[in-house]
Design a protein around this ligand. Sequence first.
Ligand code: ARG
Length: 469
Amino acid sequence: MQDNSKTNSAQSKTWSGRFNEPVAELVKRYTASVSFDQRLAEFDIQGSIAHSRMLGAQGIISKEDVLAIETGLEEILQEVRNGEFEWSLDLEDVHLNIEMRLTSKIGDAGKRLHTGRSRNDQVATDIRLWLRATVDSIIDKIRALQTSIVDLAEEHYDTAMPGFTHLQVAQPVTFGHHLLAYFEMLQRDAARFADARKRINRLPLGAAALAGTSYPINREMVAKELGFDGVCENSLDAVSDRDFAIEFTAAAALMMTHLSRLSEELILWSSPRFGFIDIADRFCTGSSIMPQKKNPDVPELVRGKTGRVNGHLVALLTLMKSQPLAYNKDNQEDKEPLFDTADTLLMTLEIYADMLHGIKVDKEAMRVAATEGFATATDLADYLVNKGMPFRDAHEVVARAVRQAALQGCDLAELRLEELQEFSPHISEDVYSVLTLEGSLASRNHIGGTAPNQVKAAIQRARQRLEAD
Ligand code: ARG
């Protein structure tokens, strides 16, 4: 980054008439945002081109100026893309850097670009354009992850595993069914991003510093040109609120929270105590001291990075809290949390989709675990209800049978018929069909249930829903 007197004089031209002394060096570094907001360059240029075309169409600047501005900005865009653009700290932010460069290229026409505009509505526009593009790639990546979830679920639509409550074996479920729970969470996450996009996609430009502008501007034209759904209705609101960024970060925090739950499960399932799955080596690391270790680093980091994104949400909420209308420099602090949220999310989604494809499932280990912990106890109670016993009584009968099996150190299905009949005369030979994993799974045969044929149908619907979006 350049920090020399040449650009210093450029900055002083921006507002120096009002000041008696130059900005202190430390203050310059403290207030500058160019080190991070240069990332908005592409969108800043897009916004400026649309603004200048509108100024031209409205007769506020000449057609020649519009042409010079557009050509100059296109060249600057190439310089930025090629990494040739010289960013200067003295020029504070992305907006002034680009504007000064334009003026150095095309002279007075460059100085006319900022007519009827302020950096306040300019920056709000840039962020919205950037965030809209970011949301679109996030939604694409959520879809890709959902596809890997459905692929894995399809392979395991009838693989029995223990379902847990309180991390204790509760009832058998299929692995496919368990995975589809995450499909649903991600489906809502994608919908949240799509919904936030509607509020992101409004044009602030035209609000100028806060009160609008006295030039005969055409905001609808700019909105259309930039692909916005419409304009922000109130100029004060347009430049000052960042609720759209907060909403985005809230949706991101929630999505990371979902992925951190899945990560926690992958960590548990891959630990030798469970031994349900094996995560491909490329997502794990070893220990520098314990040769036997294979650590699930990626899911652990997803869990950890969730804290980081949650932190960004709190940072943005706190940033906004108590700010009086309209624009305040506080808002410059919105960018780093926002950028980091997007980067973290995009990388997490990408890595996750690949990691799921590399998971190997030990069906036998899952099966054995599902037969431990009396997972079919509820099935026995339901069986007794079907034979006419009230549910509460059946619950009590089964509790006693479980106690007996626990004493004998066996599963319910391993108790002999005569032993079971001691708990209730309603029990006959057909009881074993409900005490098996297959019987238990097959009986939960309704939409949203874990019966393998229901899971198959749910997978089909999930694929259709992905296609429909
Ligand atoms: N860099 C500033 C930001 O990110 C741009 C707007 C500056 N406006 C101002 N009045 N100082 O918010």
